[in-house]
Design a binder for this molecule. Structure first.
Ligand code: BDP
Length: 653
């Protein structure tokens, strides 16, 4: 039985009187069937198995057109419910689905659900010492002081939460592979990884590892990691063979190469195609996958030439490699061209890559979006990305492009950097659970609305009155805009404290080498990325999007400073000048956080004590953060521009 960590969306069992028994015909009880056995009484309050005739939930494995391996349907019958799946995994998702529908009061049958994306993955950035890169919820659930933590119950709880929202792949270690993690692919470590993998497998989740591209040197003691060297290829073959002899259902490798000081094929004058394909060939006989990240840029280039543009890097490198990757390679592309900012345009690789398997990468952990101190519900941002029209061909929406333009659609989908840790409520800020839950739900069903998802999560997590539901929902739904309001205006990005990425430091990165500049001076602000006078980044889009972004008159306000350098007096489509927009949003942002505090206080009575206190404490931190951002940003731009606030509010100087 699972220890109760904190209210999570599976901890409310359905206790409808009519649900008393269940039935499943097990032709060949598989791992997933055993998981279903385990889950049914947990989800449906003590329910036990009985004869089909008396059963109120019947699970039938029946070939049904279009359901595929993972889809399911639920029908209401006289006796109760019938869940159908063409495979056991579908039934597993079906019981989680029924639980969700009943608890979140969305009963509407018949109900059918088939995932929109095939890969629905989470990347952990967990280190073996137990820390988590960009983790804000305590230490790793997998590792502790360079040992495997070994808390299998905890991992099982995690796996069931993941499966309940449809996640089917997880990589467990940091993409920046440090000293000890390099050895994950060998020896006794594999036995430990298998234990974790077995739990995941039971919940239909495949396990992946991030690897060090230079492992032939660091682990194998070879003199090179050149992907075209026969001894390197053979080292990887043997390593992979050993790995699969221990973990036969292992998913594959995630690779960050030639980026932020990680090693890669460039060291040997080879391309990323050479690097990825060499690994792909080694792992292919075992059914493994290479997930190769496109977050590749030279983080020292600006010391040599400030006119280069980091935003261009991924497209410049990978676009010309389209079609040259082996069939078991997937490219993993961050949603934007820079790095998970509160607002960025969509990466120009989407839609333009047409012959390469691809997955879209989001970040659930709130690195640049408030460290899970500030509430920032990210589903609205992710939806914008999925619904973005690249204007490339027939499947031009990002959600369709990643699938339809992947030669093997089974090897396409979405992944995201996870946000859980050892904190009792998993995510530090209770409200950040909504991002984790929401990510899974959205990756499965791309057409759910942000409101629907937030509402589901609130129903599953609390017992709210109608009024309290409205208030909590309004906090979540507006929180991304609020965070944007008090932080970086008009997609200018960064302006955060270097290194930690929380709190305001407007010039923190400005004169450094990281390629993330706002170019604010006495006349104006923003990076000119146009083809006419700037870095030419706009050219990476389809002709229609290029025109839209290139022309200052059609470029959306929200993205203005990402694409253009404009005077402070430039008038936005909204009718406001840029400087007035900066002042207004920053004053508003702080007021909104105060409203959140008042709303949270007003629903105190219907909240459990832990959640009430947890979010109250975080809201206090959020207010402090928002005030600091407001004052620094407003003062900074007042000093640069010399233009005051039309409304005459106080700007500290
Ligand atoms: C950036 C993080 C850095 C990660 C990197 C990545 O600051 O810690 O290693 O992304 O995606 O956002 O590899």
């Amino acid at each position: 039985m699972f220890e109760k960590r904190d209210l999570c969306w599976l901890l409310k069992p359905v206790s409808k009187k009519q649900i008393v028994t269940w039935f499943m015909e097990d032709r060949a009880p598989s791992v997933t069937a055993r998981t279903i056995e385990r889950e049914m009484p947990l989800l449906f309050d003590g329910i036990s198995r009985s004869q089909k005739e008396d059963a109120s939930i019947v699970l039938s494995l029946a070939e049904e057109a279009g359901l595929g391996d993972e889809g399911y349907s639920i029908d209401k019958t006289e006796a109760g419910y019938e869940i159908k799946g063409s495979a056991q995994k579908g039934l597993l998702y079906g019981i989680f689905g029924l639980h969700r529908l009943l608890v979140s009061k969305k009963e509407s049958f018949p109900y059918k659900s088939i995932p929109d994306q095939n890969y629905r993955m989470i990347n952990h950035w967990d280190n073996f010492d137990g820390t988590i890169e960009r983790g804000y919820s305590g230490n790793s659930i997998f590792f502790d002081h360079n040992k495997f933590r070994g808390d299998m119950d905890l991992i099982r709880q995690y796996a069931r939460l993941l499966a309940s929202v449809g996640i089917n792949a997880v990589s467990i270690n940091n993409v920046n592979v440090r000293k000890y993690e390099r050895f994950f692919i060998t020896g006794d470590n594999l036995k430990e990884i298998k234990k974790i993998g077995d739990i995941f497998t039971a919940y239909g989740i495949r396990i992946f590892l991030a690897i060090d591209f230079a492992a032939p040197i660091s682990v194998g003691k070879l003199s090179t990691a050149d992907p075209l060297s026969p001894e390197v290829a053979s080292w990887w073959r043997h390593t992979v063979e050993e790995l699969y002899s221990i973990i036969p259902d292992f998913g594959g490798f995630v690779v960050k190469a030639d980026s932020e000081h990680e090693p890669g094929p460039f060291t040997y004058g080879r391309s990323h195609g050479d690097g990825a394909n060499m690994l792909a060939k080694a792992i292919r006989p075992f059914g493994g996958i290479i997930i190769w990240r496109c977050f590749v840029y030279d983080c020292t280039q600006d010391w040599r030439d400030r006119s280069l543009d980091r935003a261009r890097a991924a497209y410049d490198l990978f676009h010309e490699l389209d079609g040259s990757f082996d069939e078991n390679v997937i490219l993993q592309i961050k949603n934007g061209p820079i790095d998970f900012q509160i607002r960025e345009p969509v990466s120009p690789l989407f839609g333009s890559l047409k012959e390469t398997n691809q997955i879209l990468e989001f970040q659930i952990t709130q690195e640049y979006t408030g460290h899970q101190k500030d509430i920032c519900y990210l589903v609205p941002m992710w939806k914008e990305v999925l619904d973005f029209d690249t204007r490339h061909g027939a499947s031009s929406l990002v959600k369709n492009a990643v699938r339809e333009y992947s030669p093997n659609q089974k090897l396409s989908g979405i992944c995201a950097v996870g946000n859980v840790g050892m904190d009792r409520n998993w995510t530090g800020n209770k409200m950040a659970q909504a991002n984790w839950y929401g990510y899974g739900r959205l990756a499965w069903d791309n057409d759910l609305t942000s409101e629907e998802i937030a509402q589901e999560w609130l129903h599953l997590s609390f017992d709210l009155t109608e009024d309290a539901m409205k208030k909590a929902l309004s906090i979540l739904i507006t929180s991304r805009d609020t965070y944007e309001d008090y932080t970086c205006p008009l997609a200018v990005g960064f302006m955060c404290k270097p290194g930690i990425h929380y709190g305001c430091d407007i010039d923190g990165y400005e004169y450094d080498c990281w390629g993330t500049y706002h170019y604010a001076d006495r006349d104006g602000v923003g990076r000119d990325r146009t083809a006419a006078t700037g870095t030419g980044y706009t050219k990476q889009y389809s002709p229609l999007k290029f025109q839209e972004y290139e022309d200052i008159n059609t470029c959306p306000d929200q993205l203005l400073l990402f694409f253009h350098h404009v005077p402070y007096t430039h008038v936005l489509h909204s009718g406001k000048t840029v400087i007035q927009h900066i002042y207004d949003t920053h004053f508003d942002g702080v007021e909104k956080v105060k409203e959140y505090q008042a709303k949270w206080e007003s629903i105190r009575d219907v909240l459990d004590e832990d959640s009430y206190k947890n979010v109250r404490e975080r809201l206090n931190l959020q207010l402090k953060n928002a005030v600091q951002w407001r004052d620094q940003v407003n003062t900074y731009f007042f000093r640069k521009s010399g233009i005051g606030d039309e409304a005459g509010r106080t700007i500290y100087n």
